[in-house]
Design a protein around this ligand. Sequence first.
Ligand code: SF4
Length: 108
Amino acid sequence: METVAQKRDNVALTMNLFYHKVRRFMVVHFRIKYVRESIDVREGACDQCGQCCKIIVQCPFLSEADGHTSCRIYKLRPLQCRAFPLHDNDLRDIEYKCSFRFRNTDDA
Ligand code: SF4
């Protein structure tokens, strides 16, 4: 059974993840220059693991079959999905289970 302290920690974690979801949404829509600069210092390539599609809740468009993940609306996916990750905080949100890394981690 979850203790009060554990519940409080889980709420704090979820709130933090939600804050970063909103931050990513705002950044990709209103800070285009920052997005370009972040992509410039990003290394690696997406290996389609699907971790970024499961932050807080699993995206309903994520398809998982036979150990392979794919997006059912890939060509129409939102900007924040196309641009993920843009900062080391984004990698932290998925416990660094992503094939991208950053050379520079300035705050968004
Ligand atoms: S977590 Fe990283 S590697 Fe995995 S699908 Fe998202 S962007 Fe691609």
